[in-house]
Structures are given as structure tokens and as C-alpha cells.
Design a protein around this ligand. Structure first.
Ligand code: PHE
Length: 343
């Protein structure tokens, strides 16, 4: 094969490689060295110039010069393409407005729990927890609900079996705490509770309570009143009034229910949608710990007295935030939850 054919084959090869080349720095540089480097294909042909017969020298020179020029131009345009590609990749417009990250919000129930708990923590109450699946003993028996007593029916119970229930209130934590701590006891027990009730706008099969318990020598009903008075003023506002209504719970004696003056109508009633015209809102049950509860928990009722209270978190959250259906609190509807972003 004569040298002209060889060069022409090389040019074809060059075109082939050029068309398949990746526009990458390394690949372009290798390609350049292969054809245009000091020992590259093109120099090697130029070195053979002396061997070309004189009458062919002009033709060979022309062919080689055009090969070399084409190779130089190809490399130049490859560098240009690489440049464009890199600027495109690196371009970032720092003046663009940022994308706001999606923010969650605190659930109104968590917020209510936390706010209430922190008021009592400031008054020296520490936190105790108990199991959600509870024995009949702690949920009823030790709390002075005698077997077959009608008071048990008032708490529509989910039974696991004869002796095990889903706790219907947080009061069993009173007994569990009295069993393991010696007075003075001052605890707050938040938690989830369960009742087998027909579900409607104000009833749900599960809800939350916060239980309070204070036991020491000479604890009086007026201390209970003061504690709840301070709590209500702090949580609902200075203008809100309280009233204690006599009530009944098997585990407290005497017992009371606490109402607060309606903060929507200011206690006037009339056609207020929140208090249904009564001017009052019931928020909790309370009383002095019944001596029978002390006895079953190993605390001497002759030496100690104490008070207990329990409130429903859903009810308080609904009152505080104007929520008219308890099911909204369990619906996970983002449109509902996002309204509490600013809490
Ligand atoms: N456990 C009662 C209830 O669920 C509330 C309560 C707690 C009452 C403590 C008195 C003392 O209704």
C-alpha cells in the first residue's frame, strides 16, 4: 500500500474516531496526543517527507497540511463544546427565590398536653406513666369499684379478657404510684384511655387524660381548689371563673366536678354555641383520695390525706381551639392540622 493510501486510511480512521468521541476532557486530550502529539500519527507522516519522490512531494504536503488543519480545528471545536457543556452544568442562578421546605405542625392534642403539663410541672408535679392495657384490679378494684358495682357500667369498658381491660381512665396510675412511692407524692400522669362508646362529634373510642395526685400529711380540699384555680387562670385566662359542683367518683370522697365560665360568651350564656347557653363548661373531675384507695395501695389513711384530679385532653383542646368535632383530632386531615402551624 503506498503512503498516500495509508494517509487516506488514517484520515478515514480519524473521522470515525472523531464521530464517536465523548466530549470529555480526558478523551479529547488522548485524541489530540494520538494525532497531533510530538510522536503522533500526523508528525510521523511528516517525518516520512524525505522518502517521498520529488514529483509527489507537493501533493503529499498538501494532503498532510489539510489533515493537520482538520485535526487542529476538530480539537478546537471539541474544546469549545466541552466548555459549553461545563458552563451549562455549573450554571446556578443565585438570584432565584428559594423553595420553601414543607413544615409540619404540632398536633393540637400534643400542644394541649404539653401546655397543661408544664403548668403543673412548674408547681412541682413530676410525670408518671402507666400501661394502656391494664388489669381489672388497677382500673377498678383498687380504685374502690366493687365487683358488680354499677359504677363500672358508667365507664364503657373494652375487655381483653375477664381480668384485663384497656384502661378507661388514667386513675390506675394513682394506685401504681402509691404502691411504689412513699408520701409526699406529687405526680402528673398523662396518657391514652379507651372507652367503648358510640362515636359521634363529642365521643371517640380513644382519648387522652391527665391525672394529678398529691399526697402528704394534712392535704386539704382547699389546697386542691387553689391548685386548680391557679391552673385554670394560667391556662384559660385571668378572667375565667371556676365553680366546684358536688359529684361522685368511687375513688374520691368528697368528689367534685369543675366548671369554668364560658370564655366564648364570658359566662352570659344566651345562645352561645360553646356552652349551649349555660354559661359554664365542665373541664375535670376531682376529689379527696378515698381511704379505701389508700388501704389497697399500702398507705396509712390515718396519717395521710391527698387529692386527685383528672381531665380529658380532647375536651380541653376542643374548647380552647374551637374544634366542634372530636373526630377531626384523629382524622390526620392536613387541611385541619395546618391550621395549628402557629401554635
Ligand atoms: N378518672 C375520672 C374519670 O375518668 C376522673 C377523676 C380523676 C376524678 C381523679 C377524680 C379524681 O372520669
Amino acid at each position: 500500500m503506498d503512503i498516500f493510501d495509508e494517509v487516506k486510511d488514517s484520515i478515514d480512521q480519524f473521522h470515525q474516531e472523531l464521530s464517536e468521541l465523548d466530549v470529555e476532557e480526558r478523551a479529547i486530550e488522548d485524541f489530540r496526543i494520538k494525532y497531533l502529539g510530538k510522536n503522533g500519527i500526523i508528525s510521523n507522516y511528516f517525518n516520512k517527507f524525505g522518502q517521498i519522490p520529488n514529483d509527489k512531494k507537493k501533493e503529499f504536503g498538501k494532503l498532510m497540511n489539510s489533515f493537520k488543519n482538520e485535526a487542529n480545528q476538530a480539537i478546537e471545536s471539541l474544546h469549545q463544546k466541552l466548555n459549553e457543556k461545563q458552563t451549562k452544568q455549573e450554571f446556578f442562578d443565585y438570584t432565584l427565590p428559594g423553595v420553601k421546605p414543607v413544615e409540619g405542625s404540632i398536633h393540637p392534642l400534643s400542644k394541649t398536653m404539653d401546655d397543661i403539663a408544664s403548668i403543673f410541672q412548674d408547681m412541682g408535679f413530676s410525670t408518671e406513666l402507666g400501661p394502656e392495657i391494664e388489669t381489672d384490679y388497677y382500673n377498678f378494684q383498687a380504685l374502690n369499684f366493687p365487683e358488680n358495682h354499677p359504677a363500672r357500667d358508667a365507664q364503657d369498658t373494652f375487655f381483653v379478657d375477664d381480668k384485663v381491660v384497656l384502661r378507661t381512665h388514667t386513675s390506675p396510675i394513682q394506685v401504681r404510684t402509691m404502691e411504689k412511692q412513699k408520701p409526699p407524692i406529687r405526680i402528673l400522669a398523662p396518657g391514652r384511655t379507651f372507652r367503648n362508646e358510640a362515636i359521634d362529634a363529642s365521643h371517640y373510642c380513644t382519648f387522652h387524660q391527665i391525672e394529678g395526685l398529691y399526697i402528704d400529711e394534712d392535704v386539704t380540699f382547699s389546697e386542691l381548689k387553689t391548685t386548680l384555680y391557679l391552673f385554670v387562670k394560667k391556662y384559660f385566662g385571668e378572667d375565667v371563673a371556676l365553680r366546684f359542683r358536688p359529684s361522685f367518683f368511687p375513688f374520691t370522697e368528697p368528689s367534685a366536678e369543675v366548671d369554668i365560665s364560658c370564655f366564648k360568651c364570658g359566662g352570659i350564656g344566651d345562645d352561645c354555641s360553646l356552652c349551649k347557653g349555660s354559661g359554664w363548661l365542665e373541664i375535670l373531675g376531682c376529689g379527696m383520695v378515698d381511704p379505701n384507695v389508700f388501704k389497697s395501695s399500702g398507705i396509712d389513711p390515718e396519717k395521710y390525706t391527698g387529692y386527685a384530679f383528672g381531665m380529658g385532653i380532647e375536651r380541653i383542646a376542643m374548647l380552647k381551639y374551637g374544634i366542634d368535632d372530636i373526630r377531626l383530632l384523629y382524622g390526620s386531615d392536613k387541611r385541619f392540622l395546618q391550621q395549628f402551624k402557629q401554635l
